[in-house]
Design a protein around this ligand. Structure first.
Ligand code: IMP
Length: 197
């Protein structure tokens, strides 16, 4: 039984996500490739999973290789689940997104929230191979804390830790975070797919 290396495209230009995936996939027989520049994908799904499928299929078809996509975001209970699938479109950059979130939460006592990540692995021809979804529960802080991570990390305190994602080491975030949880649910399927007779 011998593993054969396979090209796998990470369907994202988000450096934070790409770094996380590089470390999750380091034990698999894959050659990781970047998503081609200039590919416009209309993320018009109505859930994280629908958007993950749209991205994985578009990139697999464009590159003629397997593609792994993540669609993720922050859902805040007092805001009816917003920003949710609109997390990256909530404002023009991370600082403004955080400021908008903190100001919209001012009237509310309930600051509970969760991050969700939907993962989809597709092959060319729009074939979905495996998919999974992971969640991480927490609270929105009153002020940003920590220097690590990306996106909303400085204002998301992971339930039971007292730390924001931005205050954690990369390893801690990967272990507790929504993408890490989604990836661990994808792993049994990946192990099967990569087994070569
Ligand atoms: P996507 O690239 O369309 O999936 O957008 C996801 C957006 O959600 C990102 O731009 C971030 O704003 C936010 N997001 C997703 N995952 C994380 C995370 O792990 N930490 C902080 N923000 C995240």
């Amino acid at each position: 039984m011998k593993d054969k290396q396979r090209d796998l495209v990470i369907a994202s230009h988000n450096l934070g996500k790409v770094k996380e995936f590089e470390s999750y996939l380091c034990g698999f027989p894959v050659r990781l490739l970047s998503q081609p520049n200039g590919l416009h994908i209309d993320e018009n799904g109505s859930s994280f999973m629908e958007n993950a499928r749209i991205k994985a299929i578009a990139v697999a078809n464009e590159t003629d290789a397997w593609a792994l996509a993540d669609d993720s975001g922050l859902c805040v209970n007092s805001l009816g689940g917003a920003p949710g699938i609109y997390s990256s479109r909530y404002a023009k950059n991370d600082k403004d997104r955080i400021n908008r979130l903190l100001s919209e939460l001012v009237p509310f006592d309930d600051r509970t929230a969760y991050f969700s990540s939907a993962l989809c692995l597709a092959s060319p021809g729009a074939k979905i191979l495996i998919e999974s979804e992971g969640r991480c529960e927490g609270l929105i802080t009153h002020f940003p804390r920590g220097e690590g991570g990306f996106g909303y990390d400085p204002v998301f305190e992971v339930y039971g830790t007292g730390l924001t994602f931005a205050e954690m080491s990369r390893t801690e975030k990967q272990f507790l975070g929504h993408r890490g949880i989604a990836f661990s649910l994808l792993e049994p399927g990946l192990n099967k797919l990569f087994k070569v007779d």
